[in-house]
Design a protein around this ligand. Structure first.
Ligand SMILES: [Zn+2]
Length: 124
């Protein structure tokens, strides 16, 4: 019996400023969205197009869903696995911060990740 992996590529999809750690402490969601300046809304289409028929696991930063609710739908509609990277991209210092971060993305992740899980269950 051989095992064939279903996914060979995973992508962390996060605001462009996440690469620069000096925004980790920026708490104002409106300012964070302003700095992103539409990048995460615009970058998903060429990425999905480049993936073509290949399937990937894409781990999404939750605040992107608040800014651009169409992003998770595009990912799932293109047949990719969707996961949570975090709600706001920054170091999480303790269990309380982790719990708050998970709660902040629970609603969208339940909708989009659960939908994919049911699809996977049906396919097996
Ligand atoms: Zn990251």
């Amino acid at each position: 019996m051989s095992v064939t992996p279903r996914v060979l590529l995973s992508i962390d999809y996060e605001p462009v400023f996440a690469l620069f750690r000096w925004y980790d402490g920026l708490k104002d969601p409106a300012r964070r969205r302003e700095i992103d300046n539409g990048f995460t809304r615009q970058a998903i289409d060429p990425i999905l197009e480049q993936l073509g028929d290949s399937r990937a696991s894409i781990y999404l930063v939750g605040e992107i869903v608040e800014w651009y609710p169409e992003v998770p739908q595009k990912i799932v509609s293109a047949g990719h696995e969707l996961g949570l990277h975090c709600h706001i991209h920054r170091p999480l210092g303790n269990v309380r911060e982790l719990a708050e971060d998970l709660r902040a993305s629970a609603a969208w992740c339940t909708v989009w990740c659960a939908r994919l899980s049911r699809t996977h269950d049906r396919d097996q």
